[in-house]
Design a protein around this ligand. Structure first.
Ligand SMILES: [Zn+2]
Length: 137
């Protein structure tokens, strides 16, 4: 049996009319991905504060920052959250540095030759077809 405290914390956005909702949960914060990639969906990162409140007189309560990395879910305490913030801050600094290098690098980029690209694809497809139809040895 689930016991839900009468009052949610101010940050709780959960719908406790659902008897299976045994967590206080904040709204997600997200790092959206600019652009799109065929093999990914959703934000790069999302995070929410949660507090488990199922049978608190038995199990107590447990608050964690839940971070969805897209590759897995982290449940962080305060010290681990501080470490994540430090890691993200270092990443952001390095990202600024790479952005500056990118801005210089794109100045040297040259456009492709569309006719040459199409010729390359025709020759590539012909090599694949020749390999696929070659006699087995
Ligand atoms: Zn709540």
């Amino acid at each position: 049996m689930t016991e839900t405290p009468d009052a949610c914390p101010l940050w709780c956005a959960a719908d406790h009319s659902d008897p299976d909702q045994v967590w206080h949960t904040s709204r997600d914060i997200q790092v959206p991905a600019p652009g799109t990639a065929a093999d990914t969906s959703g934000p790069l990162l999302s995070a929410a504060l949660t507090t488990a409140i199922d049978l608190p007189h038995v199990f107590g309560t447990r608050s964690r920052l839940v971070v969805d990395t897209g590759r897995g879910v982290l449940e962080l305490d305060v010290a681990q959250t501080d470490q994540l913030i430090a890691n993200l801050t270092r990443f952001t600094t390095r990202l600024h540095n790479l952005r500056a290098l990118l801005a210089v690098a794109v100045e040297s980029d040259i456009p492709g030759d569309q006719a040459a690209i199409e010729q390359w694809h025709r020759e590539f497809d012909a090599r694949i077809a020749a390999r696929d139809h070659a006699p087995q040895t």
